[in-house]
Design a protein. Sequence first.
Length: 221
Amino acid sequence: MIRRLAPSVLNADLAQLADQVRLVEEAADWIHLDLMDGHFVPNLSFGPPVVAALRPHTAHYLDCHLMVANPEALLPALAEAGAGGVTMHVEALDDPRRAVRAAADLGMAPGLALRPGTPLQAVLPHLDAVDLVLPMTVEPGFGGQAFDDGVLPKIAAARDAIGRASRPVALQVDGGVNAATLPRCLDAGADVFVVGTAIFGADDPAAAAKAFRALLDREDR
């Protein structure tokens, strides 16, 4: 199983975003960007223009998590901005199948995310069409929240369902992931790890990212 580290820039110094990303590039596989609209979640973060501004400064895959009320409306702008993947909340979609197809048609890898309280069944019918599933381990919209252990059975169930689907669907975790919780996510079957505060809130983000990289590489043996 390929395990990927995706540092989340929500907790980075956005005034120095390109430099912050360079600090973690060596250890990172993906760069994770949380787009928030103040409607689906209470907070505002940034939108496609920030993705476009970052794109020339890194060759890394830009993994965009859309915590917005109308994710489909952002898809053309994100494709133009250079997003690699777009993960949309199933709770915000009237027709998840249509949204997934629209993202794929624009050349982006589509994913579906679920709030902690949303049943996994909401995404299972779409495993044949998505590239990523994200069961959130915190309520979306805020960085620095405590990890919800109650989501671990959902992650394990998602891993089982992906195994039965017999196609390469990434299983991402996002929210409260740190050195203590990451091994529990690994045990449950996750393979993409979004880490925000534990990297960019550290005194030395580069060293923190490398420590997570070493943890994933050690567990992979």
